[in-house]
Design a protein around this ligand. Structure first.
Ligand SMILES: Cc1cc2nc3c(=O)[nH]c(=O)nc-3n(C[C@H](O)[C@H](O)[C@H](O)COP(=O)(O)OP(=O)(O)OC[C@H]3O[C@@H](n4cnc5c(N)ncnc54)[C@H](O)[C@@H]3O)c2cc1C
Length: 584
């Protein structure tokens, strides 16, 4: 049996930051089944929060280059991967200059991306480059161990953990604290847990080609509906990849049509000719057919085992991105497992993964299913002018990560949402929504981006205090509201970090925001409210861990403390100077 350290008795443990039990024994890692992009990203997210993992994969540990299999990462998932240390997203991903929608001969919409006020572009790269970047990051991390040729075939659970068995060659048992099935659409974990995977087969099919050429819209992605040439079909997209390469997708009838190499070449020639006047020179790099299924696993958690990524859901019609949702899964799950691994977790916290993520993906699938007959129908409705723009808005949303088909999730009706109290106030981010990436000051006086502080297993407490930019950094922890807020943060039942922001969208001065480790807003209060802050942080961790005594919590605070002058607070007499609140 391989345990956490995979070591012989008495030998040195490979992982230095091992949690040990009362007798100094290592406690087991999280077993991640599947070294696809979702499994690798999960192992990095866990490592970032001090949790070791073993990644079992049946493959040999490297991917065949398949340029036609790409990832379109929306800003939130691109940011997540960069934070996890995946350098290829930054170095090898194409950022689009714009987005163009055409219908027949007419331009319906043009969006310019970029720093000059335009929205951020998605990042587009071949999936094998993404996986390579994740593998490199994993290799550099001592808390992650990858096991190639490790095909899982059985799982057993007991009160203390999970035992997973990998089959020959090198049949082995692995002991873990939790297990996450990131083993793709045909998930063995899902089957072993006897979880049903209902849904629809072949909702959409696309013929896909990756080719190097020059198109009239350098670096801009294009959605062309009803292209006016014979082989154009109903819809074709062209999305730039790095190095002058494009991924072209032609929507095919969902069943039936066989895509012969000759038929695909005819499509390529007609499409390039349709856009450029005559077919320009091109180098064909890769082709494939991408069949989209819509399925959703009935359960995402059974005891200590979870599902994430394609093993939990399949989607992809109308521009929706299955991989993006898989990355959002692991962002949601990693901090909960980290909490469980370090401090223990309540059933509420562990169940909240399914409650939040399955609900979000189900809503996305519902939105796609409702839009499909409207957008893909061949009847009169698709020809009616006036609806064309509405249809385009929906499709563009799916492709760019907006609206019902693409926007990052808001966990509004989560079991982790605290009870609403009068102390709460509204800000520009809805409760449960992802927080804005404002600049903030960290306890050591450095200036940071708020979202750079995510994924460290800590809740963030952010005081909005206009004018703090001019505070003397040596004294700022003793200024104004800070001492009282720092004390409140120290008393929280979770690990938390205190930050100060000059401003936050929709927030008035002295608003205090409580943010989950994955960047979703828990609550916003006007002023320092220790009791309410404590209750909200407790709700966001799902209450006290199973078997733990609930802490006493702070004394009720009564009225919130009002603003004070920097450097003149009576609390200067206290001993807060130089201390960070990031201590529990
Ligand atoms: C041509 C093509 C184009 C695509 N385009 C897009 C796109 O534009 N956007 C998008 O979002 N998605 C796209 N996809 C789908 C995308 O590739 C998947 O959504 C993504 O790979 C899912 O990642 P994952 O990590 O969940 O699973 P996978 O990538 O399937 O990884 C699963 C891993 O589990 C391992 N495994 C399986 N069973 C076992 C076992 N029993 N024991 C141990 N290991 C096991 C496998 O070896 C594999 O490494 C495309 C797919 C294709 C084929």
């Amino acid at each position: 049996m391989h345990t956490f350290c995979d070591r012989a008795p008495g030998s040195t443990c490979r992982f230095p930051h091992v949690r040990t039990d009362g007798r100094g024994r290592a406690v087991d890692p999280v077993i991640v089944v599947g070294a696809g992009p979702v499994g690798l990203a999960l192992s990095l997210a866990l490592a970032g929060q001090g949790v070791p993992s073993v990644v079992l994969d049946e493959g040999a540990g490297k991917d065949e280059p398949r340029t036609a299999r790409t990832a379109v990462l929306r800003p939130d998932t691109a940011e997540l991967l960069e934070r996890l240390g995946c350098a290829t997203v930054r170095d090898d991903g194409a950022r689009w200059a714009g987005w163009r929608s055409l219908r027949r001969h007419q331009e319906v919409r043009r969006i310019v991306f970029g720093d000059d006020g335009g929205p951020p572009s998605p990042v587009h790269l071949p999936q094998h480059d993404l996986t390579r970047g994740l593998r490199d990051a994993v290799t550099a991390h001592e808390l992650v161990r990858t096991v190639p040729h490790g095909r899982l075939d059985t799982i057993e659970q007991d009160d203390g953990g999970v035992t997973a068995h990998t089959r020959e060659p090198g049949a082995t048992s692995w002991r873990g604290s939790f297990l996450v099935g990131c083993d793709g659409a045909r998930s063995t974990v899902r089957k072993l847990l006897d979880i049903r995977f209902p849904g629809r087969t072949s909702v959409e099919r696309h013929a896909v080609a990756a080719l190097r050429t020059e198109l009239p819209w350098p670096d801009e992605a294009l959605l062309h509906r009803m292209p006016p040439w014979r082989t154009g079909g109903q819809e074709v997209t062209a999305r730039p990849l790095p190095g002058g390469v494009w991924r072209l997708d032609w929507l095919l009838p969902s069943r039936g049509e066989l895509v012969t190499p000759e038929a695909l070449l005819a499509r390529i020639r007609d499409t390039l000719g349709g856009w450029c006047g005559e077919t320009p020179p091109y180098e064909l790099i890769d082709t494939g057919v991408y069949t989209v299924h819509h399925r959703l696993a009935r359960r995402w958690r059974v005891g200590r085992a979870f599902l994430a990524g394609d093993s939990a859901h399949l989607l992809g019609a109308l521009g929706t991105q299955g991989l993006d949702e898989g990355l959002r899964d692991i962002d949601n799950l990693a901090w909960k497992l980290a909490q469980a691994w370090h401090l223990g977790a309540s059933e509420t916290l562990l169940d909240s993964y399914q409650a939040e993520r399955r609900t979000a993906v189900a809503a996305r699938l519902r939105a796609a299913d409702q839009a499909l007959p409207v957008l893909r129908g061949s009847g009169l409705r698709t020809y009616l002018s006036g609806t064309a723009r509405g249809h385009d808005t929906l499709l563009t949303g799916g492709h760019l990560g907006r609206g019902a088909l693409g926007a990052p999730p808001e966990y509004t009706h989560s079991p982790l949402t605290p009870l609403h109290t009068e102390a709460q106030t509204l800000v520009g981010t809805p409760l449960g929504g992802p927080v804005a990436d404002v600049r903030a000051t960290a306890p050591d006086g450095t200036t940071v981006r708020l979202r750079d502080r995510l994924g460290r297993g800590r809740q963030l407490v952010v005081l909005v205090a206009p004018g703090t930019g001019v505070w003397d950094r040596r004294h700022w922890m003793t200024a104004g509201l800070m001492p009282r807020l720092a004390a409140a943060v120290t008393a929280l039942p979770v690990r938390a970090e205190l930050l100060v922001a000059e401003s936050y969208p929709g927030a008035t001065a002295h608003t205090v925001l409580l943010v989950r480790p994955d960047g979703h807003l828990v609550a916003a209060f006007h002023g320092v409210r220790p009791a309410e802050l404590y209750a909200a942080a407790d709700a966001a961790r799902g209450g006290a861990p199973a078997g733990a005594q609930a802490g006493p919590g702070p004394q009720r605070s009564g009225e919130a403390e009002g603003p004070g002058e920097p450097g003149r607070s009576g609390s200067e007499k206290t001993t807060h100077a130089g201390r960070t609140a990031d201590i529990n």
